[in-house]
Design a protein. Structure first.
Length: 367
């Protein structure tokens, strides 16, 4: 019996958590059970990390004059390209990684392939979809995978069907720390021995709570805390507003470092704690990475962090008030919480790709 062919369609092949997760799975899935291919709607650096035995396809993102004319008269270059990919690869399943490819649902139905939709989103991101697209994707997918229990619950509340949980994951073997480099970064940043460094990593957006940094800085004034933000800085007014506000901040020091690919884990390692400022976050990979490095976690109750953080790992206050989160941060800094590095690392191991890939394969085998 031939092994099922699954075509994973992903938005950008970038370094976002939802796409890194797919990259980890493509490196670990059982080749005896499935054949996998990846199609990205835009080229990205994740393509360099895809195993050689997984075919990759890149849809047109910069259209030629002819393609622009075709699009004007109703022939979308992306759907035309996917038809060619399907003819060549003959996939049994199209796997939409995130809601971005959901506009391809009618094409998948036209071609007679099964549809898996992997939700990495909570309601704040549903705004990007038209009502009928959202309704169809939650009721007509052959399988919906939610990356956390809270994501699954939101889909159920909206009338979604055929929903299964498969938590987001990381590849812990990739977390390699160079102690020399960590000390170099501490020296470059002039981190004092008595300072308590909190790190946050994410795209600088409203959803991720980037604009709350000045409020945290003010509330932490007079403490030994310091905050480092890692992640993409968008060229928009919210980022500029926040950075200008931080320039005039009289509270603690906040370092906005931007993307740090080479030194990413070194920055996580130099921190004393992990601060998740997100207003909404399904199941952030950086949270698992921080626990792998035994960093205590403090966060708003923004989503998956509620089901991830257990006793001894930090605190998630039931509040959206910055002041209440700062109170939890102070408890950590002043040793007023019972913390266990072992508890954090044991919990993180439950979300390593080696622990979760079998669950994912079981779901794929049911199609």
């Amino acid at each position: 019996m031939p092994t099922p062919k699954i075509l994973i369609i992903t938005p950008y092949a970038g370094r976002t958590g939802s796409e890194m997760m797919i990259g980890y799975l493509l490196n670990r899935f059982d080749r005896k059970c499935f054949q996998m291919a990846l199609c990205t709607l835009q080229p990205g650096e994740l393509l360099n990390d895809i195993p050689k035995d997984v075919p990759t396809f890149t849809a047109p993102s910069h259209f030629s004059i002819i393609q622009k004319l075709q699009n004007k008269f109703g022939e979308n270059p992306i759907t035309s390209y996917l038809k060619k990919v399907q003819k060549a690869y003959q996939a049994d399943v199209w796997y939409f990684n995130t809601l971005v490819p959901s506009f391809l649902l009618p094409l998948a139905q036209e071609l007679g392939v099964k549809i898996v939709t992997h939700f990495h989103e909570l309601p704040m991101e549903y705004l990007a979809l038209k009502a009928d697209v959202f309704r169809n994707i939650i009721t007509q997918s052959d399988l919906i995978i939610g990356c956390s229990e809270v994501v699954c619950q939101r889909i159920r509340e909206a009338g979604g069907q055929r929903i299964e949980l498969c938590h987001s994951l990381i590849d812990q073997s990739r977390i390699q720390i160079n102690p020399t480099r960590v000390e170099e970064l501490k020296a470059d940043l002039k981190i004092k021995p008595d300072e308590f460094v909190w790190v946050m990593s994410g795209q600088a957006t409203y959803r991720k709570g980037f604009d709350l940094l000045p409020d945290f800085a003010t509330e932490l004034q007079g403490t030994r805390a310091r905050i480092i933000w890692l992640g993409q800085l968008l060229d928009d007014g919210l980022v500029e507003y926040t950075r200008q506000k931080l320039k005039h901040n009289t509270g603690i020091r906040v370092d906005v470092m931007g993307i740090q690919r080479e030194d990413y884990y070194a920055y996580l390692s130099l921190a004393n704690g992990f601060l998740l400022t997100s207003r909404e976050d399904p199941f952030p990979l950086v949270m698992i990475e921080a626990a792998t490095l035994a960093k205590p976690i403090v966060a708003f109750p923004s989503g998956g962090v509620i089901e991830f953080v257990q006793e001894g790992m930090g605190e998630v206050p039931d509040s959206w008030n910055v002041r209440d989160v700062v109170t939890s941060m102070k408890k950590v800094m002043n040793n007023q919480l019972a913390l266990s590095e072992v508890a954090s690392q044991n919990r993180a191991r439950q979300f390593d790709v080696s622990a979760i890939v079998s669950r994912w394969e079981t779901l794929m085998a049911q199609l």
